[in-house]
Write a protein that binds this ligand. Structure first.
Ligand code: HXC
Length: 260
């Protein structure tokens, strides 16, 4: 399949790399771009060869937000009837892990898109922010909620109300990103692909269960979450990968997972 606003590749047979590719608009997230992104994400999620997905943009911009020029003349009835942005959450329904490799601007919807991924790696040049307040609106892709969960009320409130950007270093300190990689063009993508390859080499059933369990921590109370985790853990004893993983340890060899 060929796309107009994104690129897809397989840097490893087990990894799909999706690159946002509207360089002239700093990867502004237009509706056509998002439709393509959703198609590519779903295809990767359904591909039995693929174990993990990397989402990235360019050196200058992961994504500079929703497409302001597309949005500016919309009326309330349009956005309400069309449920504007509803299709943005498709990425959160994926079963396989998605790693965001962020370089340059991740603003507004771009920041929110990164926050919807499972892991964020940042280049030292990454600049995050929710500048919607400067446009007379507020975050609409989950920023006020996911950012608050990630960094706490006072910081989220400051960022949403002032619209100021925050650096890769701040993002790391606050736990928004898992880590900031070394400097240099392409480094963040290389590291993200390497991490994706590592994850894709694990038993996929366990990886999916791990993703489900961590995500449940955002939705459930502690007792329910612990119960859910225990049940998932129990269930993994019905898999061949559990037998193989534990046998391999006992026999001092590498496990050969069959994802079953
Ligand atoms: C449409 C955009 C855009 C955007 C940049 N461009 N961001 N077009 N939507 N979000 C376009 C510019 O209009 C310009 O096009 C080209 O990309 C290059 O941008 P410049 O501004 O010339 O680049 P620079 O001076 O380097 O400044 C970079 C920037 C700035 C600081 C990132 O572009 C900027 O502030 N962008 C908007 C950021 C923002 O407000 N994002 C939140 C959007 S609201 P031309 O044709 O002039 O060359 C949002 C709502 C989310 O995301 C809610 C739902 C999820």
């Amino acid at each position: 399949q060929t796309y107009q606003h994104i690129l897809t590749s397989r840097p490893d047979p087990s990894v799909t790399l999706i690159t946002l590719n509207r360089p002239k608009a700093l990867n502004a997230l237009s509706s056509p771009l998002f439709a393509e992104l959703n198609t590519a994400l779903l295809a990767a999620d359904e591909d039995p060869e693929v174990g993990a997905i990397v989402l990235t943009g360019s050196e200058k911009a992961f994504a500079a937000g929703a497409d302001i020029k597309e949005m500016k003349d919309k009326e309330y009835a349009d956005v309400y009837k069309g449920n504007f942005l509803a299709d943005w959450t498709r990425i959160t329904t994926l079963r396989k892990p998605v790693i965001a490799a962020v370089s340059g601007y991740a603003l507004g919807g771009g920041c929110e898109l990164a926050l919807m991924c499972d892991i964020i790696l940042a280049s030292p040049t990454a600049k995050f922010g929710q500048p919607e307040i400067n446009l007379g609106v507020i975050p609409g892709g989950g920023g006020s909620q996911r950012l608050t969960h990630a960094i706490g009320k006072s910081r989220a409130m400051e960022l949403v109300l002032t619209g100021r950007n925050f650096s890769a270093q701040e993002a790391e300190r606050w736990g928004v990103v898992s880590r900031v990689v070394g400097e240099g063009e392409g480094v963040v993508v290389k590291e993200a692909v390497e991490m994706a390859r590592l994850i894709a080499g694990k038993g996929r059933v366990a990886v999916m269960a791990g993703k489900e369990a961590v995500n449940a921590a955002y939705e459930l109370q502690l007792a329910e979450g612990l119960h859910f985790e225990r049940r998932l853990f129990h269930g993994l004893f019905a898999t061949k990968d559990q037998k193989e993983g534990m046998a391999a340890f006992a026999e001092k060899r590498k496990p050969a997972f069959t994802h079953s």
